[in-house]
Write a protein that binds this ligand. Structure first.
Ligand code: SAM
Ligand code: SF4
Length: 330
């Protein structure tokens, strides 16, 4: 049995992003529409099914798993799921992406369960703007969650910020300063055209180059070759060694040549590329063969050979993918 997953272009796949729920307590303007319909329960993988699939992928050579969503921390039983996945022999690290709203109570249990690093979304430091972007988020609760994460003992805490003209571009310097003050990293993300969210994305599109130029008004940036195994390009701040700044630029700097990852939706669809529709239904196989992983493994190897070479997002923001980010698992 092969224990390395390779796609048709020779890229080795060792990173799985698993969505554990499509639901969320926020409705961020770039991620969801105001009125969302969520999946009925029977279409969602159970915790046992998620755990089984994680085990299959680690057996196939996955070394890093990121749990995401939707908001992973609103899924009941999430801490136990983390504990089981973190204990899988062969897994190097279990990490998570969260909106931070539940971290005040869950940061420490997550560290104890074996979650090594956490990314937390933060798009504004102004309570009214934060509420407008998330449509119902409470900034104070999220900032308390970030501080709880910083103190809980994660190997690294990183902020994620989707930058939009007319909404939070002018806050980039303040967000950098906040990351410096907290002694944590921050990544700035270009908005991707995933799903119809009820507004024109092209109008607010902001490239990583523009964000970088704004930061360079206050700071000297040192290019770095560091990688955290994801698509971010990092720079260091000359005067603040403990904070790194990442740029995730799916539109302006295509990073597909070094793609090492696949995604799984909470319905068990294996997405071979965030920006293309190619997918494999694992839930059907999982339920048809409750005690035999061999059919799953064979289907995964076959599907990987069809992993697309690249996505084709462009800065005009035209929607090519009808899935919302909350469905794909961001
Ligand atoms: N709820 C968690 C959170 O917000 O961090 C995890 C899921 S969320 C879908 C994961 C990441 O995707 C977040 O950092 C979010 O900002 C980002 N995201 C969502 N929609 C996006 C879009 N259309 N373009 C770029 N990033 C997006
Ligand atoms: Fe929820 Fe995260 Fe999407 Fe915001 S980005 S709506 S917090 S899943």
């Amino acid at each position: 049995m092969k224990t390395v997953m390779q796609d048709g272009f020779g890229r080795q796949i060792d990173y799985l992003r698993m969505s554990v729920t499509d639901r969320c307590d926020f409705r961020c303007v770039y991620c969801m529409a105001q009125n969302m319909t969520f999946l009925p329960r029977q279409q969602v993988l159970t915790l046992e099914e998620l755990q089984r699939l994680a085990g299959v992928f680690v057996g196939l050579g996955v070394r890093k798993i990121r749990l995401t969503g939707g908001e992973p921390l609103i899924r009941p039983g999430i801490v136990d799921l983390c504990r089981h996945i973190a204990a899988l022999p062969g897994l190097r690290e279990l990490v998570m992406t969260s909106n931070g709203s539940q971290l005040g109570r869950l940061a420490r249990p997550l560290v104890e369960a074996g979650v090594k690093r956490i990314n937390i979304s933060l798009d504004s430091l102004d309570p009214a703007r934060f509420r407008a972007i998330t449509r119902n988020g409470d900034l104070a609760q999220v900032l308390a969650g970030i501080e709880a994460a910083r103190d809980a003992g994660f190997a690294r805490v990183k902020l994620n910020c989707v930058v939009m003209k007319g909404r939070n571009f002018d806050e980039v310097p303040a967000l950098v300063q906040y990351a410096i003050d907290q002694g944590i990293d921050i990544s700035f993300i270009e908005e991707m055209p995933l799903g119809e969210v009820g507004r024109e994305r092209g109008e607010s599109f902001c490239s990583s180059d523009e964000v970088r130029a704004l930061i360079e008004r206050d700071h000297t940036l040192l290019d770095s070759t560091e990688s955290s195994g994801g698509p971010a390009r990092y720079v260091r701040l000359a005067r603040h060694a403990q904070t790194r700044i990442g740029f995730i630029s799916p539109n302006s700097h295509n990073f597909c040549a070094t793609c090492n990852r696949v995604r799984m939706t909470v319905e068990g669809r294996l997405l071979l590329c965030l920006g293309q529709e190619n997918a494999l239904d694992l839930r059907g196989l999982l339920r048809r063969y409750p005690l035999d992983d061999a059919p799953l493994i064979e289907a995964i190897h076959t599907a990987l050979r069809g992993k697309p070479q690249r996505h084709d997002f462009s800065p005009d923001g035209s929607v090519q993918i009808l899935r919302f980010m909350s469905v794909s698992g961001g």
